[in-house]
Design a protein around this ligand. Structure first.
Ligand SMILES: [Zn+2]
Ligand SMILES: [Zn+2]
Length: 298
């Protein structure tokens, strides 16, 4: 077996006149340019594809005649390889699978490269892959993503990460965001808003619900039983901080169970009142952008 050094040497010294392979499996397009990653790995590529699938590739002038030119890029091997695979008229790589073993820095570097070179076809896949990791990120990683999105005013799914970051203790957040006081302030406000919302949610969830048609029993037993099942279900679906979408999901789920979703036999309106009140409560949930504008006006 060749040593790692040998492999690297092999890679930096192409065979006589032979082009490096394109990383896209089964690709038959002739290679007419070589790209070199920051860690010294070469990839064969196709100028036409690079031009067609990106806005800014590569950062140098094309030369038509030379086929042996090597363009050095600042991206790592794994990032460059994946990026090149997106620049083919072929089935797109499934990022959540391809990057499942990657650390978050490499995934972010990939998204950076996608933006830098304008490979827009990979943009959505990058965001989706990142989002799919949201629940497994450490406090540091979560705040890093949040910081990055906030710095670019990238409001696309910033709340997915902000919501996850609610579990991070304030002092831990302070240590990580120390150098970014403005973002820390927005984050604190977000935390406080959500803490307040959660208190209100619990009060609303467990307060008495009058059964209007029954003079002897003021608490609607049917609704009370319903809520005893509803509360654990919505927690299961939406975690500690469910949103309106989770609420509707839980309501729909329970309405499909005949023994639970039944209305009060007395035809009272407590269920409808409860559902309307909760929809309203969920609509009041603060988003990251709400916390920015409040901070800005102070
Ligand atoms: Zn190819
Ligand atoms: Zn009732």
């Amino acid at each position: 077996m060749p040593s790692l050094e040998q492999l690297i040497d092999d890679n930096t010294l192409p065979d006589d006149g032979e082009a490096w392979d394109c990383p896209c499996k089964g690709c038959t397009i002739p290679v007419d340019i070589t790209l070199q990653s920051s860690d010294g790995i070469h990839f064969g590529a196709h100028k036409k594809n690079l031009e067609y699938f990106s806005e800014g590739f590569p950062p140098v002038e094309w030369t038509d005649e030379k086929t042996d030119e090597i363009v050095e890029l600042s991206e790592k091997e794994i990032v460059l390889e994946l990026l090149l695979r997106f620049m083919h008229n072929a089935a797109l790589p499934i990022l959540s699978k391809e990057c499942s073993g990657w650390n978050i820095n490499d995934l972010l570097a990939f998204i950076d490269a996608v933006e830098k070179y304008g490979v827009f076809i990979a943009l959505q896949a990058g965001d989706e892959a990142l989002r799919s990791r949201a629940s497994e990120l450490s406090a540091e990683e979560l705040l890093k993503v949040l910081l990055r999105k906030a710095a670019r005013s990238d409001s696309s799914d910033i709340d997915v990460f902000a919501r996850q970051s609610l579990k991070i203790p304030m002092m831990v957040g302070l240590n990580i965001l120390e150098a970014h006081p403005r973002i820390f302030m927005i984050w604190c406000r977000y935390q406080l808003e959500w803490k307040e919302w959660k208190d209100e949610y619990h009060q609303e969830m467990f307060k008495m619900r009058r059964c209007h048609r029954n003079v002897n029993d003021e608490d609607c037993k049917v609704l009370r039983n319903y809520l005893n099942v509803f509360h654990p279900i919505i927690r299961k679906i939406g975690g500690e901080f469910p949103d309106l979408h989770h609420f509707e999901q839980a309501v729909n789920l329970l309405s499909s169970i005949p023994t639970v979703g039944k209305f009060c036999q007395l035809q009272c309106s407590s269920f409808k009142n409860w559902r309307d009140a909760f929809r309203e409560l969920f609509r009041k949930q603060k988003r990251w952008v709400d916390c920015i504008s409040v901070s800005g006006s102070n």
